[in-house]
Design a protein around this ligand. Structure first.
Ligand SMILES: Cc1cc2nc3c(=O)[nH]c(=O)nc-3n(C[C@H](O)[C@H](O)[C@H](O)COP(=O)(O)OP(=O)(O)OC[C@H]3O[C@@H](n4cnc5c(N)ncnc54)[C@H](O)[C@@H]3O)c2cc1C
Length: 463
């Protein structure tokens, strides 16, 4: 029977004052009964508006119908036709601005909890299906993928399923990209990412870690080694700074460095050798998901005061609503309409404060958001001993500086001709953050999927 409740089934979560002292997952996932009950809220609309809101066009009403029928493996099959990382996307996709924003149930109440249902199905599959995936028949062609983030992993998976011998070359010692070095354990447990990587290896994909392409091997050398096409999924991992005085003081981190120390190098565990500052008061500058993740990590590391310092108002914050809400519940203090002008140091070169000014909003700028303007005589000092800069990233220049004929734009992003991901070099494709600049997991995955199809067509057309 249809469930006409105006509200989503709430997600069970760890209590804020418990979870802000541990790194375990915050959202605990639906039970079987909650998932079936939520699935009954879906009206199975004929015109499927939610599908148009999904960047990889998952047949959402069809997978939810399977949950209603309690055919969870059937639901997983439908999900996996379009998404190679449903357990990841169910946790981190901004559903509120994508599929759920188009849900008809959202007109008079809350939309169907599509993301939570996606997560439930993927987790159910992981817990109940232990069969090894079928190994595809090889077609004798070789493709190299640079970067083991969601974009590279998706491209590699689709090509391997089509019979290609695929080798992923990853700069870090662990595969997963931002999913392992950026997004914290409490939002995305690393065992889930590892499971997806193990599945890829089981179907024959080789993952070569500690391989910085552009240093150890060049793209030209990959072609000389017999790879017939190359996919670049190297992300946008180069942090930006504000260029204000004091950014080189001890206790100032880029969000990428801070999060890599905490997540990839497990600095929060006593057994880890990775140093991290256990500060008393931390300012995180920025208002995106990355800033929320850094602030929530700082709190869990034991900081008494953690401030988000953001130059526009909360309405303009790019972070997901859920992340902002979770951060506030955990005790993060928001200084909006505030901009740092200088980081202050003590006589030993350690941070001991941050000078800020207050802002007000003027006319919209090129991004369509109202431009922040400095308020006169509004300077004040925030008492902090650690600052984390989280104001954006861009692609690392290594690949573009070591690859002849690869066109990039003024932001350092690789230029592709169309959705196929084809670059200015024959046989070289690119996608994900390396092309778009910092974006989302689902868009990076979608680009990997399109490129896999185009690479297959390219190689088959030459065979
Ligand atoms: C802290 C944080 C939180 C985020 N939260 C969300 C969220 O909640 N929801 C969401 O949708 N998106 C989120 N994002 C954005 C999302 O993670 C990215 O858009 C996505 O990971 C991009 O995927 P990618 O495969 O293009 O690049 P990446 O994930 O960056 O992977 C690129 C990989 O390439 C490797 N590499 C780089 N250069 C080389 C080289 N020269 N040779 C070999 N390997 C190389 C890198 O080490 C890395 O492993 C977040 C990002 C961050 C940083």
């Amino acid at each position: 029977m249809a469930n006409m409740s105006l509200k989503k089934n709430p997600m069970p979560v760890q209590e804020p004052n418990v979870r802000n002292h541990n790194f375990e997952e915050v959202a605990l996932g639906y039970t079987y009964e909650q998932a079936v009950d939520e699935a009954n809220r879906c009206l199975n609309c004929k015109h499927k508006p939610c599908v148009a809101g999904c960047p990889v066009a998952i047949d959402i009403p069809a997978f939810i119908a399977k949950i209603r029928e309690e055919d969870m493996e059937g639901a997983y099959e439908i999900l996996s036709q379009s998404s190679s990382l449903p357990a990841v996307c169910g946790r981190v996709c901004p559903q509120e601005t994508q599929c759920e924003s188009k849900c008809v149930r959202g007109i008079k109440g809350e939309p169907v909890a599509i993301g939570r249902l996606e997560r439930f199905v993927a987790d159910y599959h992981m817990a109940h299906n232990t069969a090894a995936p079928a190994v595809p028949v090889q077609n004798g062609h070789k493709v190299a993928v640079i970067g083991a983030g969601p974009s590279g992993l998706t491209c590699a998976g689709d090509l391997a399923k089509a019979g290609y011998e695929v080798a992923i070359f990853e700069a870090l010692h662990l595969a997963g990209g931002v999913l392992v070095y950026g997004i914290p354990e409490f939002r995305l447990p690393k065992k889930i990412v590892q499971k997806e990587i193990d599945n890829l290896k089981a179907i024959g994909v080789s993952v070569d870690t500690n391989m910085v392409i552009g240093k150890v091997l060049s793209i030209d050398e990959l072609f000389e080694m017999g790879y017939e096409a190359v996919y670049i999924g190297t992300g946008a991992g180069l942090p930006r700074f504000m260029n204000i005085p004091g950014e080189n003081l001890k206790g100032v981190y880029s969000a990428n460095e801070f999060l890599t120390r905490v997540n990839l190098m497990k600095a929060y565990q006593d057994s880890s050798n990775t140093p991290i500052q256990h500060a008393k008061s931390v300012a995180v500058v920025g208002g995106g998901n990355v800033a929320m993740d850094a602030a929530r990590c700082a709190k869990r590391l034991g900081a008494e005061n953690v401030y988000i310092v953001y130059r526009r108002s909360e309405a303009e914050m790019p972070a997901r609503l859920e992340e902002v809400e979770h951060a506030k519940e955990e005790g993060i203090i928001f200084h909006v309409l505030t901009n740092p002008t200088e980081i202050l140091g003590d006589e030993n070169g350690f941070v001991h404060g941050m000078k800020c000014v207050q802002m007000e909003l003027g006319e919209p700028d090129a991004s369509g958001r109202r431009r922040p303007i400095v308020k006169e005589n509004s300077e004040f000092v925030l008492d902090v001993d650690c600052v984390v800069m989280s104001i954006g990233t861009s692609p690392n220049p290594l690949i573009r500086n070591t690859t002849k004929g690869l066109d990039t734009n003024s932001h350092g992003c690789i230029i592709t001709k169309d959705d196929s991901g084809l670059t200015s070099r024959e046989g070289v494709y690119a996608g994900g953050d390396a092309v778009t600049g910092a974006a989302t997991v689902i868009l990076a995955m979608g680009a990997g999927k399109h490129a896999a199809k185009a690479i297959d067509e390219y190689i088959q057309s030459k065979a």
